[in-house]
Design a protein around this ligand. Structure first.
Ligand code: NAD
Ligand code: IPM
Ligand code: MN
Length: 355
């Protein structure tokens, strides 16, 4: 098939991991006879430096024409002044809103060989396989913001239809998995969470009564996620809770660098990015873990291009390379040989080529 993919490298390790993802997509195209074209565009701090706008109009136009978007990461100390008026992260939020990708799927799978890289006891990691469905275009990220010399506010708003559509995505996923859904909120304190719980309960009662649904408060969820992670299957939650819980969940997988995400909505064009950020502390050293981005490229193949066999092949190649003992620094334990971003990517490409 022919596909156009917009690549948004962004900042820090963003360009390093985005290049890795693109290399793997190119290897897939060659092996399976597809023609992927790439349009590389500016976003984040790089776009602020170039034209003063974290999401240039050309970037939006390119994404809109594309079958899918692969993004590295944005942000960094250069643009983090609390008094700055333009910020890299605004570009990321704006492209999510522009593309209408309200559902951010963050699968958390554990490769058994990485149990030693996790701070959690190995026996608790057995059978961990969950997917967090994070609402991505609403909530406190997008409400009105104010600030003056003495106070500041961020408004958290959810509309009934925004809750309904994200819970529907999660419930359909649950139906195709174990039938278990956990909705996470803070209904003991927040009105938005009480609406969330009400909408969720009604939707489940009318359309998904076959599912086994649990409501959990977010503070308890943060604890249970570490204490009994294998009890979770599909988790659905609002924008900010999903952001925080998935960085926490990455510790089950051994590193933030391992986890991918797919952001989808009503259009075919999805946005695919690792869950981590621009990692300023290791940027430019060529040591970032590319697996989260490469696994995001697999999700791109599956969800936007409907190339399931190709997606499976990428995921299998990551698993095999890890099984072969290949490690970047973040997932290495004593005695492991440490590979660069490039060497890890090459190993995954080589694995794909020989399959
Ligand atoms: P971060 O995710 O960039 O880094 C947190 C820690 O994890 C760091 O120690 C980093 O070195 C490590 N890490 C992250 N990805 C890694 C990888 N692939 N391989 C190895 N180690 C990895 O979070 P932060 O430091 O809090 O934020 C830095 C900047 O990134 C901020 O400006 C933030 O806004 C931005 N950010 C962007 C995104 C995104 O673009 N989607 C996501 C999160 C944070
Ligand atoms: C993520 C990031 C972003 C978010 C930031 C950079 C806006 O943390 O993609 O997880 O909070 O959504
Ligand atoms: Mn985050």
């Amino acid at each position: 098939m022919d596909a156009l993919i917009t690549v948004l490298p962004g900042d820090g390790i963003g360009p390093e991991v985005a290049a890795a993802g693109q290399q793997v997509l190119t290897a897939i195209a060659e092996k399976y006879g597809h023609k992927f074209s790439y349009s590389e565009q500016l976003i984040g701090g790089a776009a602020i430096d170039a034209i003063g706008n974290p999401l240039p109009p050309d970037t939006v136009a390119s994404c809109r024409e594309s079958n899918a978007v692969l993004l590295g990461a944005v942000g960094g100390p250069k643009w983090s002044d609390p008094n700055a008026t333009v910020r890299p992260e605004q570009g990321l939020l704006a492209i999510r809103a522009e593309l209408g990708v309200f559902a951010n799927l963050r699968p958390v799978q554990i490769l058994p060989q990485l149990a030693g890289a996790s701070p959690i006891k190995s026996e608790r990691l057995r059978n961990v396989d969950m997917i967090v469905v994070r609402e991505l275009t609403g909530g406190i990220y997008f409400g009105a913001k104010t600030r003056d010399a003495t106070s500041a506010s961020d408004l958290c708003v959810y509309e009934r239809h925004e809750i309904e559509r994200i819970v529907r995505v999660a419930a359909n996923l649950a139906r195709n998995r174990s039938g278990k859904l956990c909705s996470v909120d803070k209904a003991n304190v927040l009105e938005t969470s009480r609406l969330w719980r009400d909408v969720t309960s009604k939707l489940i009662a009318t359309e998904f009564s076959d599912l086994n649904v649990e409501h959990m408060l977010v503070d308890a969820a943060a604890m249970h996620l570490i204490n009994r992670p294998s009890d979770f299957d599909v988790v659905v939650t609002e924008n900010m809770f999903g952001d925080i819980l998935t960085d926490e969940a990455s510790m089950l997988a051994g590193s933030l660098g391992m986890l991918p995400s797919a952001s989808i909505g009503e259009s075919e064009c999805g946005l695919y990015e690792p869950i981590h950020g621009s990692a300023p502390d290791i940027a430019g050293q060529g040591i970032a873990n590319p697996c989260g981005t490469i696994a995001s490229a697999a999700l791109l193949l599956r969800y936007s291009l409907h190339l399931n066999e190709e997606a499976d092949a990428v995921e299998a190649a990551i698993r095999q390379v890890i099984a072969d003992g290949k490690r970047t620094a973040d997932i290495a334990v004593d005695g492991d040989q440490v590979l660069s971003t490039q060497a890890m990517t090459q190993a995954i490409v080589a694995q794909l080529e020989q399959r």
